[in-house]
Design a protein around this ligand. Structure first.
Ligand SMILES: Cc1cc2nc3c(=O)[nH]c(=O)nc-3n(C[C@H](O)[C@H](O)[C@H](O)COP(=O)(O)OP(=O)(O)OC[C@H]3O[C@@H](n4cnc5c(N)ncnc54)[C@H](O)[C@@H]3O)c2cc1C
Length: 435
């Protein structure tokens, strides 16, 4: 019997492994031998005519899905098709925050599974993703907000997830720059999740791509999917800028383009596309060693290892596929920033950018089979898809491999919208722009 296309015996498999293992020993060896031993981190694959699974979208979720399919579920006949170079979508545009401080028990379990995967990810991928568990601190500004956050923290503690209440004084000790008595919304205290933090976002895409490629996955860049071919009630492959490619299963992991891609198979999704922007300031000496979020508006800030303050706010309120934001939202974010941390007024903003977000009607993601056989969706990530990449990839791979949802992601099925089982974490109602 011939070896499967990507088994260890296959020559292509051997070529992929050329990148070798990254280690201190390797770094030293390359240092004294002229850095000539490095090769591409992942193989630039040419698409084959058919695969068992095609994942559309080389962002965090698409790459993680492919990696877990190959390494956890024994499915290596997989291609990731990305319309550009990998990692230039939202996975490389976000503010890099990871945490599992959610309200719904099912969400706490899902996001904490993700956080646990983050905690061991670098060893698993043999890639430095700069996972930094510096803590995420949510401030509260009213008694009602204190009650709500207390309830959330208690729910987390009941499920074995860390959460800590901080007094005003403890907040000030942790973040001396905060203006506790600011004129708009004085700070009453905060809730800290010490295991939360940040991860270098590009490295997540690169690390998953390299590890998936080494496990036998074809990473196909510059291959835009332009259509989904159906035979009756079943999807049988994709039309792409590099021709038709057949597949038993097609998984859409295209973030802000989810509704557009699903429409190619005649499926209408409860997802809207909005722009979310982020900002980075000039680099300064270390002054903020937690991720800080302002509870009276939508504002979050952390300091990158290069010294820049990375911050963001709410989505721009109207639908758009443009990867750039608008000035009114930039102004709102700046107002929140200087209210909370007046010292920021002295900093220059170096860069600003936007990403196209897949906002669902209830603010929670969808990991689900779609009403066309063989078609799977990983999407609807709203503000929170970066932190969910390990769990999203793992549970999507489980769904593809077993044909049934992973227990931790069963509440994220598409059927919840028809059945009225929405997962409205913020209690904002059926308005995507409010989640
Ligand atoms: C400014 C900003 C800040 C954010 N901050 C955070 C944060 O701090 N924490 C957090 O948890 N989340 C955050 N998010 C959300 C998070 O980044 C996203 O939810 C997550 O990255 C989406 O999943 P992805 O990585 O798979 O998406 P993407 O990286 O966008 O991947 C989708 C890929 O699909 C490709 N694609 C689209 N159409 C096609 C096609 N037809 N054919 C082939 N390929 C296609 C795209 O090119 C893209 O590479 C933020 C998002 C933005 C924009």
């Amino acid at each position: 019997m011939p070896p499967p296309p990507h088994s260890r015996a296959h020559p292509q498999r051997a070529r992929r492994a050329g990148g070798g293992r990254y280690s201190l020993w390797r770094l030293l060896r390359e240092g004294v031998t002229g850095q000539r031993g490095w090769s591409h981190a992942w193989a630039k694959a040419t698409p084959r005519p058919a695969y068992r699974v095609i994942v559309v979208g080389g962002g965090g979720h698409g790459l993680a899905t492919a990696f877990y399919l190959a390494t956890e579920f024994g499915i290596r006949d997989v291609a990731v098709l990305e319309k550009g170079p990998i990692g230039l979508g939202n996975v490389g545009r976000n503010t890099t925050i990871i945490r599992s401080n959610y309200f719904h028990p099912a969400n706490i379990r899902f996001y904490d599974f993700s956080l646990r995967l983050w905690e061991s990810l670098e060893r698993r991928l043999n890639f430095n993703a700069m996972v930094s568990q510096r803590g995420t601190l949510n401030l509260f500004h009213t008694e009602a907000q204190r009650d709500l956050f207390t309830r959330r923290a208690n729910q987390m503690l009941l499920l074995g997830v860390d959460a800590e209440a901080l007094s005003r004084e403890a907040v000030k000790r942790l973040v001396p720059l905060v203006d506790l008595d600011n004129g708009r919304y004085p700070v009453l205290g905060g809730f800290l999740q010490r295991r939360g933090g940040t991860v270098r976002h590009d490295a997540v895409a690169w690390g998953y791509a390299r590890a998936a490629s080494q496990a036998g996955v074809d990473i196909v860049e510059h291959c835009e999917v332009t259509g989904l071919r159906r035979c009756g009630a079943r999807v049988i492959g994709v039309e792409s800028t590099r021709g038709f490619i057949a597949a038993d299963t097609v998984c859409l992991a295209v973030a802000g383009h989810s509704s557009r891609l699903a429409a190619m198979a005649g499926v209408q999704l409860p997802i809207e596309t909005h722009v979310l922007q982020a900002f980075v300031s000039e680099a300064v000496k270390p002054l903020l060693d937690v991720v800080l979020t302002y509870g009276a508006g939508h504002f979050y800030v952390s300091q990158s290892d290069k010294g820049g303050l990375v911050f963001g706010g709410a989505i721009d309120g109207y639908n758009s596929y443009a990867q750039r934001g608008t000035l009114p939202m930039a102004e709102e974010v700046a107002a929140s920033a200087v209210t909370l941390l007046p010292g920021l007024a002295r900093l220059k903003v170096l860069r600003q950018w936007g990403g196209v977000m897949d906002m669902t009607m209830d603010g929670s993601p969808i990991i689900s089979r779609l009403p066309v056989d063989g078609l799977i969706l990983n999407g609807g990530w709203c503000y929170g898809g970066f932190k969910a990449i390990p769990a999203g990839g793992f549970t999507t791979a489980h769904l593809i491999a077993h044909g049934a949802p992973h227990p931790l992601a069963a509440h994220l099925d598409l059927g919840r919208f028809a059945a009225g089982r929405t997962v409205d974490e913020r209690g904002a109602g059926p308005f995507p722009y409010l989640h």
